[in-house]
Design a protein around this ligand. Structure first.
Ligand code: RIB
Length: 309
């Protein structure tokens, strides 16, 4: 098994709007799509579509959404033995995408709030066989800390995507992560530092490095990405120019692809380059998981990497 994703799943209810309604106002939106989402599930599906073997530890509710969510994981060849059921609603995410392809998301965590440290122990024997643990913050922080500690105890590298930003996340409890992959605002909240320019980002990342985090990869939306490691190496990845239609889930596409290429090759710079292209490609299509490609056209430019995957 390549990757264990310990995280959320949601049902995305995406309205493509002309504008947000004002208070007390009703406006008509031209289009709607329902799809499988949630940051954890999106990252798992992106990695699986690219060919990684993925185990998903998550919780669904006791409603009509659960069976479809499980079937979706199955369709993508994701190991569903640890998709656990709860007496709660499934997670849902009403999403609004405007004509400039910007999104606003509300999450109702539902069953995701019940994913517990004990659930990790239940899946321990299989998580131990994975080469990377991938985490986000749509599940209880205590479960995130337990997963980080599990990785440290069993010598499995951990990637934490600190999204959505959580003001109460304790840096000291996630400092053993090999990778922290925030966007600018998540980096700012995590470190309490401004991130108005690249120098600010460098200073904020060094807070994480001093705490012990090996690699900080900052995703910069339409401006590419920046990687900084504890040894002072860094590399800037330029944006890939595309015509964006829907940016929802682009960060998850980045992490799913990064995780896939990293576990297959061990090449951090190559994995970021690939992920940067993969995420850019995803925003040219509508939806979250539906926008993720199942092949790797971006690898054509990197034959040395493609050979190793
Ligand atoms: O990152 C995008 C995701 O955030 C959506 O799929 C939505 O479910 C929320 O979790």
């Amino acid at each position: 098994m390549d990757i264990a994703v310990i995280g959320s799943n949601m049902v995305d209810l995406i309205a493509y709007i002309n504008r947000m309604p004002a208070e007390g106002e009703t406006v008509e939106a031209p289009d709607f799509k329902m799809g499988c989402g949630g940051k954890g599930a999106n990252q798992a599906v992106a990695a699986a579509k690219l060919g990684s073997e993925v185990l998903m530890l998550t919780r669904v509710g006791n409603d009509i959404f659960a069976a479809n969510t499980i079937e979706n994981f199955r369709r993508h060849n994701i190991d569903t033995r640890y998709i656990l059921k709860s007496e709660a609603s499934s997670g849902v995410a009403p999403i609004f995408v405007d004509p400039e392809s910007r999104n606003s998301i509300i999450i109702v965590k539902g069953a995701n709030k019940l994913l517990s440290p004990a659930d990790i122990e239940q899946a321990a024997d299989d998580i131990k066989k994975c080469r990377l643990i991938v985490l986000q913050l749509e599940i209880p922080t205590e479960t995130v800390y337990a997963a980080v500690e599990f990785g440290a105890r069993h010598n499995i590298p951990v990637l934490l995507n600190p999204a959505p930003a959580q003001p109460d996340l304790i840096l000291d409890r996630v400092k053993s992560c090999k990778f922290i992959v925030p966007n600018e605002s998540e980096l700012s909240l995590l470190t309490g530092m401004p991130v108005d320019n690249e120098n600010d980002i460098r200073n904020a990342a060094s807070v994480l490095h001093r705490a012990g985090v090996e690699n900080v990869i900052v995703t910069l939306g339409g401006h590419g990405a920046l990687w900084l490691n504890r040894e002072g190496e860094e590399q800037r990845f330029a944006a890939v120019p595309v015509q964006a239609r829907d940016t929802t889930g682009a960060g998850d596409a980045f992490i799913g692809c990064f995780s896939h290429v990293y576990v297959k090759t061990g090449d951090i710079v190559g994995a970021i380059e690939a992920a940067n292209h993969y995420a850019a490609d995803s925003v040219t299509r509508l939806g979250t998981q539906t926008s993720y490609s199942g092949h790797s056209p971006f690898l054509a430019g990197y034959p040395a990497l493609a050979d190793r995957i």
